[in-house]
Design a protein around this ligand. Sequence first.
Ligand code: FES
Length: 133
Amino acid sequence: MTAVPLASYVVAPSLKKGTGKWVDFGEVKDLEPDTFSMLSYEFMVKDGWLVLPQRGFVWARPDTDNRIKVFSSTCTHLACNVIWQEESRTFECPCHSGRFDSGGNPISGPPDRPLTILENKIDAENLLVFLSF
Ligand code: FES
């Protein structure tokens, strides 16, 4: 009985809509053209008396028209991390063999929704990505 309220208290902050921050991933010129680069992040989030680490990575690729396409690495099936495979030019999920094309669309395996596209902007030559938590 006591585990349910405690779990709700810890999980609830991550479910709030609109909570997140802009994360600086460095200079856009360092991104490889025509492929996805893995960009890692780590920061702490304070929520009341809790301070929790947020770690992970995103996938970013320079697009045409001076924009950057950024995907969440979170598989839309059960939230494992997808990995870009240059040979097949697909994202592959190691957990249940889900695959996504370079547009983030599911092409095989259990995922039935596309990868999440992350809001981003360029500020003073640096790539900033909005990460929700
Ligand atoms: S978590 Fe990715 S295919 Fe299941």
